[in-house]
Design a protein around this ligand. Structure first.
Ligand code: COA
Length: 178
């Protein structure tokens, strides 16, 4: 029988924003995230280029935070992705997933939208037997990931046109067997 995590792609977190009102988090088609990704993460690229953030993996999950009017004000994606070498042999032996494209529209920040998205992304990984999640985090977002249990590995590097990045990761524990 399916465990509680099996339907995670249908779970919607609900958040109340003081000005934007009710916001729900749930799965969206990747294309619906492109405009926000471009605006927040890669203004130097074209909207169509935002497809490069997705892998096309059938297990990939793209989440969106939607206002009641249907505007996408937050997004994030997770898909299977080999752990970077900096995490070492122990990490390489764990089923690894990579988080990408975390963005919240500037006027929607600070009420927990990205945190809710991150929790749901990690739950998706857990439900599929993943054992580790990692990302190339912007240094400006390091504290955000630390609060979610991520730790930093290795040195900061400069991503052209974007800024300083660092690898961050955390273990994911599989659900206890029934
Ligand atoms: C990083 C980012 C995605 C966070 O989005 P967000 O929706 O504001 O995230 P949250 O609201 O969950 O958390 C952000 C802050 O608000 C605070 N916060 C969360 N919920 C809150 C609440 N209910 N009330 C008040 N403050 C709250 C948190 O303490 C957090 O502070 P900290 O991370 O500075 O310690 C967003 O700032 C962003 O898009 N930045 C630009 C792009 C970027 O750097 N993306 C990450 C790429 S790796």
């Amino acid at each position: 029988m399916a465990g509680p995590g099996a339907n995670v792609t249908r779970i919607c977190a609900a958040i109340s924003h003081p000005r934007l009102g009710a916001i729900t988090v749930g799965p969206i088609a990747a294309e619906r995230a492109y405009a926000l990704r471009q605006q927040v993460l890669r203004p130097h690229e074209r909207v169509e280029e935002m497809a490069s953030i997705d892998t096309g993996d059938p297990q990939e999950l793209v989440l969106g935070a939607r206002t009641a009017r249907g505007e996408i004000v937050g997004t994030g994606v997770v898909a299977p992705g080999a752990a970077p070498a900096i995490l070492g042999a122990s990490a390489a032996s764990r089923a690894a997933w990579r988080i990408r494209g975390m963005a919240t529209r500037a006027d929607a920040r600070g009420v927990g939208i990205a945190s809710a998205i991150l929790v749901a992304l990690v739950a998706h990984v857990t439900a599929r037997g993943g054992r580790l999640v990692w990302c190339n985090a912007r240094v400006a977002a390091q504290r955000f990931y630390e609060r979610a249990g991520f730790v930093t590995a290795g040195d900061v590097w400069m991503e052209p046109d974007i800024g300083p990045h660092v690898v961050m990761w955390r273990r994911v524990e599989s659900p206890a067997p029934p």
